[in-house]
Design a binder for this molecule. Structure first.
Ligand SMILES: [Zn+2]
Length: 419
């Protein structure tokens, strides 16, 4: 238990119980969806690993005598108190992962939420508002290409029709995947009544950068989420023989793509933004064939919308210019976009007061909290990540920092719901 900040350290008995419940839950989740080759997690929406995570969540709810709900959009809720009473304080995160993701992104928030409820119980705290833990479905968008599907649907930021059109790499549609997992895809859609019950939503998450490591704080509070989006770049060239086609006769889309990747890096660096091509598909994908089509997905983020728009426009211009030289046709389509999220100052200031001295920092990573902030007062807590690495098996957090996060979350929940 070393490293707990003295001002927020709970009574000794409480800390022990919190640590025990955290460790037990963490150990149960750890093997689910773990790929033994990479050590990373493959917990994709509506797969077997996802079902195992969901069963775990439900078991946690049941074990604590919380009432369990699965909503129309596949989000799971565990309620302490009467949900219908309204003005609830909700905490939670997600349990799904990116391909070969780390153990902390998502699960740390869900496990910490249950552990924080345990700590409140150990403190003898008496909530006068309903409390809930939520597991939002399909946060990472690893399977269907769109992030935060569960919260977007609930908040009306993704229509039922658009969700029904989502397909995975095997061509399985979201409705098909839901049906196979026993969930009714016709039921999905806006859920304003459910969101109207929430008076405050607080998501705890492992930090996906090194700001807390650099400031030396175990826990921080989010100020804002950078605007971010995904763009699909299609580079149409001409398939031909790798051994017989003269270099000057080629229309090689791989060349245009490669130059675009380099341009993206340069434009982002000059603008203080981020730009990443992390996914690519090639047709026909043969070693001895010049490709006919290269499709690359750009993820770009910046502190403000103007900068982001400018960076993406410059990357597209660079792709078009290079495409013209290579005889390759370039088309660009925006697949998703999330505007800047400024977390409400009132709740943020309340958290700051409850966690005296915790630093306030922005993040470039999207979260369900960002989606929900349009509908309900929302805040986020970050737990220090000593390497800053995330979306990788190397993602990590120190044990005492995780427990400091639980204590901070319990302090916040107690401050919001018990006074
Ligand atoms: Zn996450």
């Amino acid at each position: 238990m070393t490293g707990l900040p003295a001002e927020s350290a709970p009574a000794a008995g409480t800390a022990l119980e919190t640590g025990a419940s955290f460790h037990e839950m963490w150990a149960e989740l750890l093997p689910i969806g773990r790929n033994p080759d990479s050590g990373g997690y493959r917990r994709y929406a509506w797969t077997g690993a996802d079902a195992d995570c969901r069963a775990w969540f439900r078991a946690q709810a049941t074990a604590r005598g919380l009432s369990y709900e699965l909503d129309r959009n596949g989000n799971q809720w565990a309620w302490l108190g009467d949900p219908a009473a309204g003005d609830a304080v909700v905490t939670g995160s997600h349990l799904d992962s990116v391909p070969d993701g780390g153990a902390f992104d998502g699960p740390l928030g869900v496990v910490s939420s249950f552990a924080a409820l345990d700590e409140l119980a150990a403190r003898g705290a008496r909530p006068n508002r309903p409390l809930a833990v939520v597991n939002f479905g399909d946060e990472e968008g690893a399977r269907f290409g769109l992030a935060c599907v569960g919260s977007r649907l609930a908040a009306g930021q993704l229509t039922t029709a658009a969700a029904h059109r989502l397909r995975d790499a095997e061509g399985i549609s979201l409705p098909q995947a839901m049906e196979r997992a026993g969930h009714d895809p016709e039921a999905i859609g806006p859920d304003p009544e459910r969101l109207a019950r929430i008076g405050a939503f607080v998501e705890l998450h492992v930090e996906q950068g090194r700001a807390l490591d650099l400031s030396g704080d175990p826990v921080g509070i989010a100020s804002a989420i950078w605007p971010h989006g995904r763009w699909r770049f299609d580079f149409h060239g001409e398939a031909n023989h790798a051994g017989t086609t003269r270099l000057e006769d080629r229309h090689d889309p791989m060349l245009t793509y490669a130059n675009t990747v380099l341009a993206a890096r340069k434009k982002a660096r000059l603008a203080g933004a981020l730009a990443t091509f992390g996914k690519v598909s090639v047709e026909p994908n043969g070693v001895n064939a010049i490709p006919s089509l290269v499709r690359g997905w750009l993820d770009s983020r910046a502190a403000d919308q103007e900068t982001l728009d400018a960076v993406v426009a410059e990357i597209e211009r660079a792709a078009q210019e290079r495409g013209a030289r290579d005889g390759v046709r370039v088309s660009v389509a925006r697949e998703s976009f999330t505007p800047v999220v400024e977390f409400g100052h009132a709740l943020r200031d309340r958290l700051s007061a409850l966690l005296g001295g915790a630093p306030v920092l922005p993040t470039g990573a999207g979260h369900d909290a960002g989606i929900l902030s349009a509908a309900v007062p929302t805040a986020m807590l970050f737990v220090r990540n000593p390497t800053g690495v995330s979306h990788s098996p190397a993602e990590t957090a120190r044990e005492d920092d995780c427990l400091a996060g639980v204590t901070a979350l319990a302090d916040v929940l107690e401050g919001l719901a018990c006074h």
